[in-house]
Write a protein that binds this ligand. Structure first.
Ligand code: GDP
Length: 367
């Protein structure tokens, strides 16, 4: 039989009628959309927080993270009212590159802390990249399986506000609310890349650096100056056939630490090996942290560091407000791209362009 393609009647490629594509937006979404969070008065939030009501605490933190001016007004009042009840916790910063084992370790440290030392634990995070990843990198509850279901823990992922300064401020303000809610231990997790560890360091009493053996991180750490701000260095994954390597890395760190000037605290940072996954050496790490806290409380450095941090945050806050006031100013917004182009075209120097913008800004705020 002749093949149908050879027939003159063959119409070539048949195009079937298409099937209508469903809308990419779920038509029932508007019905599913959550009702707007009910707002309480600042006094109601404060009352709930002081009672240790986790739901009220979470909602108040959401207001801190919100960019809506009406939320910010309430949030600031809540923070101010909580301030007298804050400051009574031990704040520990935990940093390490992705994969160092931060979440595994925080899970192990956290559960061990709650089971053996009592109290309550809040885990917060500073991750300025979380805007892109929707906060999935740090603080995600599923990454801390045991801790996230522990009744005495409160885990909050990183706020997702753009700039590092903004993210860090929100985390710092969240610390205040958590302390007012009776959390006597606060862990602040941060990725050990970029500037976020410096921001984290500026709000904690103890800064723990998690390292791995044999990844060359030892030297990177030294180069990037993180070691200077670490109050303790721990080598994770000291398990299986990695124990010897971990111990060797610890020796390298101990030797390297002697090359740095003595920290302001007067306490030489300790170096330890542990395994977050197999939970070896967890208590030793916690003891190392609490021994340090006892020592600096006695020497007066603990309070000194907190005072310095309070001062730092006052100036940071001023800087942030000034920056926002400038960049959100309508006149500045109108001018800035033209000025930028003038600089690129060589029509104006950077300094003249900056001065023109600032002059226009000051003119508008005088009015
Ligand atoms: P993070 O990115 O720093 O939070 O690291 P994770 O906690 O997600 O850990 C990264 C990977 O290392 C995971 O596959 C963990 O199971 C593994 N890991 C974490 N801690 C240990 C440990 O103590 N020993 C071993 N062998 N693996 C670990």
């Amino acid at each position: 039989m002749e093949h149908p393609e050879n027939s003159t009647e063959y119409a070539g490629l048949q195009v079937n009628a298409g099937v209508a594509q469903p809308s990419i937006v779920n038509p029932y979404l508007s019905r599913m959309r959550k009702k707007r969070q009910k707002l309480f008065t600042p006094a109601e939030y404060v009352e709930g927080i002081l009672k240790g009501d986790v739901s009220m605490l979470s909602q108040a933190v959401t207001l801190i993270e919100s960019t809506l001016p009406e939320h910010q007004v309430i949030a600031q009042e809540v923070i101010e009212k909580c301030l007298p009840y804050s400051g009574n916790s031990v704040r520990v910063g935990i940093s390490g590159v992705p994969g160092a084992g931060k979440s595994t370790s925080i899970d192990a440290f956290g559960v061990h802390l709650l089971e053996n030392y009592g109290g309550k634990l809040a885990v917060l995070a500073i991750d300025p990249s979380s805007e892109k990843t929707k906060g999935s990198i740090l603080g995600d509850k599923t990454r801390m399986e045991k801790l996230s279901v522990h009744p005495k823990s409160f885990i909050r992922p990183s706020p997702t506000a753009g700039s590092l300064g903004g993210v860090a401020r929100k985390t710092r303000e969240t610390i205040i609310l958590c302390e007012a809610a009776g959390y006597d231990n606060i862990f602040v997790e941060t990725v050990g890349v970029g500037q976020s560890e410096t921001a984290c360091h500026s709000m904690v009493d103890y800064f723990l650096l998690i390292q791995l053996a044999g990844t060359g991180d030892e030297l990177q750490g030294i180069k990037r100056g993180i070691m200077e701000i670490a109050d303790g260095i721990v080598i994770n994954k000291a398990d299986g056939n990695n124990v010897d390597k971990a111990q060797l890395a610890a020796t390298h760190f101990r030797n390297a630490l002697h090359l740095f000037p003595m920290p302001e605290s007067g306490v030489l940072p300790k170096v330890m090996c542990y395994s977050g996954f197999y939970e070896y050496g967890i208590d030793d790490v916690l003891k190392m942290i609490f021994d340090y806290i006892d020592e600096v409380k006695k020497s007066g450095y603990f309070q000194h560091r907190r005072n310095e941090q309070a001062k730092y945050w006052m100036y940071e806050s001023i800087n942030e407000h000034l920056r926002n006031s400038f960049y959100y100013n309508p006149v500045v917004k109108d001018m800035i791209s033209t000025m930028e182009q003038d600089v690129l075209d060589g029509k104006k120097t950077s300094f003249v362009a900056a001065k023109n913008l600032l002059d226009s800004y000051f003119e508008t705020i005088k009015k």
